[in-house]
Structure formats: structure tokens, C-alpha cells
Design a protein around this ligand. Structure first.
Ligand code: PMP
Length: 426
């Protein structure tokens, strides 16, 4: 760990907290973040040469595993023709068509450079289109760090105890109404109070930023119905779930059609990419066809499009998702059995290839309160035990884990072998 320690110390002199995104700093679990030198398949390797089975997957993009050869080659090929043109390219047309094919509710799509940009732009579009100001989001859901969305947010904002960040003006935050995930009554109540001025509901259809919490039966359909009743738009933030909980995302898995969808992570194959899209009659309100402004110097970047297309093209492999989902289930079932053998209060959630591990005596975790009431001290001990055994989980208990195509049965078994040792010592 020597090299990571040296780099972390050096990094903290020039980078706030030594990292370019907060959760990477290991604040929630303590200790030194591992600086990563390379990644391949299901593994990452730190600068001290230690190998880890990786369940962070760059926070979601690597559904095909790290360093996928087709993506890598596509990037190298595209780079040979120039890095950015600031003018339309063929690859952007292919990408838009591919997104429409895989996520049919996205009749039109606009590319951006991150998930944050996708959600920020989708919300502006929802407000511009409906002429209403307020948005409804769920406690513990994270939609990137745009001002309007950084209210009772999950992920690093939760981990670091900054549910509403300083720097977000009250005048902005007051338009963000926060209700409880998986609780339709709380949504109905807020619509009863201010339904006339609600532009949209934005939701992570499977919450992945307060650990992993799937929607309970009827929740997403309920949101669809409430939006229809009140003339509000339903925005699925599928930055994490897109191409992951099913090829067509959560909307395919749960058969609900949102008005707008936000994508990120997998769609870039590891490059910085996001996208938002939806009904044509809404998307035509975006500049240059409409008055809602949205733009980007590097949006639709040719290297990023090449990587993303190479990723999306491979998602059609027969049986791909079935085997990833089976391995995810085997993994969480294995964890549960080991916890039970050791009499440790523990439960799991999973949806497709996303999973969550909870140190709690609650049977099924369905909301933010239950997620934050889990035993943090035990998680911390578990986390470092697994890390020592060569398993890299998200360094905070409020994050979903991810399984890739290359986390096969042997990798799952190796992970459970590590868990057996760690649980025995908790
Ligand atoms: N939405 C969701 C559901 C996310 O999980 C994230 C990032 N984890 C974002 C939006 C923001 O994406 P980015 O970090 O690319 O800005």
C-alpha cells in the first residue's frame, strides 16, 4: 500500500481531499484509497501491484468488464481520425439510432458529457415544456450535482452528511420537493398540495445511491399515473440502470414508459458520456428547434461515440444479461447464507446486475431511513476485511454494487471464499 499512501499524501496537496470525486476518498470507511494502475476483465490492480475483484466497475459503466477489447480498438481507430470537430458526425447519428432501438421511449436523444448534464438538462426541458417550476425527487436518490437536484441527495452527498449542499441557494432549493422512495402516499400528498406547479417527477427507477433499493410493486406505475393525472412529466434517471438492469433499462424491466430518460455510464463504454431523450413532441422544444437552451462543446465527441457504440453493440449477445443476473443472484444469496451461518443481521437487495448488502435486522430494505440505519461500524470492518482479501467494493455503504459479464461463477465463488473469512471475524 506504500505507493497508494505516497500518492494520496501528494494528491491532497493539490487536489481537494486528494480526489476528483468525493466517494473515492474512503472517508466513509477510513484508510487510504487505493490508487489504480490498470484494470482488466473483473479485476482492478492498484499501484502497489495488488489485484482486486472489482464490484465498483467505475461506478457502473463496465457491464462488459474492464478493458473490453472491442471498445479499446474502437477508441484507437476513432482517435486516428482526430479527437473532436465541433461539427456533426456520422457516429452521432448511429448512436442516436442505437439508443432509439434499445430504449424505444427515447424517440429523440441529445448527447451530453455526464449524467449530471443529462439530468440537469432534462429538468430544464421539463420546466420549459410544462411552464411549471417545481420538481419532485426522492430522499436518497442522487441525480448528479446540479443545484436543483442536490437536495436530500444520496451517494457522496449522503456519505459526507451534506444532504443539501452549501452553495445551493434557498431560492433554487425551494422548488425541489422531496418525498419518500417507495411511498406513493407521500407523492400523492405533495401533488395535492402543489400539483399545479409541478413540472416533473425525477426518479432512479432502481435506487442505487442509497445502497440498492428496487421499486416495490406498483410504485413506478403509481408515479406514471400521478404524472398523467396532473400534467407533469415522468423522468427516469437511468444513468445507472440503463443497459444494466435490463438491456432496455428499468423501463423495460418494469414495463413503464417515462416521458424523458437520462442515460450515462454504460452508454459511454467508460468514456465521459451522458444522454437525455424521450418523446419527440417534448424534445423538439430543445434548441435549435425550440426555445429551451442546451449545448456542449464536446457533446457527441467522436471518441466517446465510438466507445459507446462498441459497448452498446455488444449488449445484444444472446444470454448476456441472463448470465450476469444469475451470477448476481448467486453472489447475494451466497453473502446471505454466510451471514446467516455467522448469525450476523444482514439482508440483500438486487435488481438485474445491481446489488446491495445491508447490515441490519430489517428483512427487506425499501427506503432511505432503513438504509441509513444500517450498522456502519460493521460495514466498515467488513469493507476492510474484503479489501484485504482482494475484493474491491464501493467504499461507502450507500452505493450499489455492480456485476459484469466477466464476473463468472469462479469469480463469484472466489468472492464468497473471501466473505467466509471476513464474516467469521466480524
Ligand atoms: N444519476 C444517477 C442515478 C447516478 O448514479 C449518477 C452518478 N452516480 C448521476 C446521475 C450523475 O452522473 P455523473 O457522475 O456522470 O455526472
Amino acid at each position: 500500500m506504500q505507493r497508494s499512501e505516497q500518492l494520496f499524501e501528494r494528491a491532497q496537496r493539490s487536489i481537494p481531499g486528494g480526489v476528483n470525486s468525493p466517494v473515492r476518498a474512503f472517508k466513509a470507511v477510513g484508510g487510504t484509497p487505493r490508487f489504480i494502475a490498470k484494470a482488466d476483465g473483473p479485476y482492478i490492480y492498484d499501484v502497489d501491484g495488488k489485484r482486486y475483484i472489482d464490484y465498483v466497475q467505475s461506478w457502473g459503466p463496465m457491464v462488459l468488464g474492464h478493458n473490453n477489447s472491442r471498445i479499446r480498438e474502437a477508441v484507437i481507430d476513432a482517435a486516428a481520425s482526430g479527437l473532436s470537430f465541433g461539427a456533426p458526425t456520422e457516429a452521432e447519428v448511429f448512436m442516436a439510432e442505437k439508443v432509439r432501438e434499445l430504449v424505444p421511449s427515447m424517440e429523440m436523444v441529445r448527447m451530453v458529457n455526464s449524467g449530471t448534464e443529462a439530468t440537469m438538462s432534462a429538468i430544464r426541458l421539463a420546466r420549459g415544456y410544462t411552464g411549471k417550476n417545481k420538481l419532485v425527487k426522492f430522499e436518497g436518490c442522487y441525480h448528479g450535482h446540479a443545484d436543483s437536484l442536490l437536495v436530500k441527495a444520496g451517494s457522496g452527498a449522503l456519505t459526507l452528511g451534506v444532504p443539501s449542499s452549501p452553495g445551493v441557494p434557498d431560492d433554487v432549493a425551494k422548488h425541489t420537493l422531496t418525498v419518500e422512495f417507495n411511498n406513493l402516499d407521500s407523492v400523492k400528498q405533495i401533488f395535492a398540495e402543489c400539483g399545479d406547479d409541478i413540472a416533473c417527477i425525477i426518479v432512479e427507477p432502481v435506487a442505487g445511491n442509497m445502497n440498492c433499493i428496487p421499486p416495490v410493486d406498483g410504485f413506478l406505475q403509481g408515479l406514471r399515473d400521478i404524472c398523467d393525472e396532473h400534467g407533469a412529466l415522468l423522468i427516469f434517471d437511468e444513468v445507472m440502470t440503463g443497459f444494466r438492469v435490463s438491456r432496455g433499462g428499468a423501463q423495460e424491466r418494469y414495463a413503464i414508459t417515462p416521458d424523458l430518460t437520462c442515460l450515462g455510464k454504460v452508454i459511454g463504454g467508460g468514456m465521459p458520456v451522458g444522454a437525455f431523450g424521450g418523446k419527440k413532441k417534448i424534445l423538439t422544444h430543445i434548441a435549435p428547434t425550440g426555445p429551451v437552451y442546451q449545448a456542449g462543446t464536446l457533446s457527441g465527441n467522436p471518441i466517446a461515440m465510438a466507445a459507446g457504440l462498441a459497448a452498446l453493440d455488444q449488449l445484444a449477445q444472446p444470454g448476456l444479461y441472463d448470465s450476469i443476473f444469475a451470477n448476481t443472484k448467486a453472489l447475494v444469496d451466497g453473502f446471505q447464507a454466510i451471514a446467516n451461518e455467522n448469525n450476523i443481521p444482514f439482508t440483500t437487495n438486487h435488481a438485474g446486475s445491481m446489488f446491495g448488502l445491508f447490515f441490519t435486522d430489517v428483512d427487506k430494505v425499501v427506503n432511505y431511513q432503513q438504509a441509513i440505519n444500517c450498522n456502519q461500524a460493521q460495514f466498515k470492518q467488513f469493507y476492510h476485511g474484503m479489501l484485504d482479501e482482494g475484493v474491491y467494493l464501493a467504499p461507502a455503504s450507500y452505493e450499489a454494487g455492480f456485476v459484469s459479464k466477466l464476473h463468472d461463477e469462479a469469480i463469484v465463488e472466489a468472492t464468497l471464499d473471501a466473505a467466509r473469512k471476513v464474516f467469521a471475524n466480524l
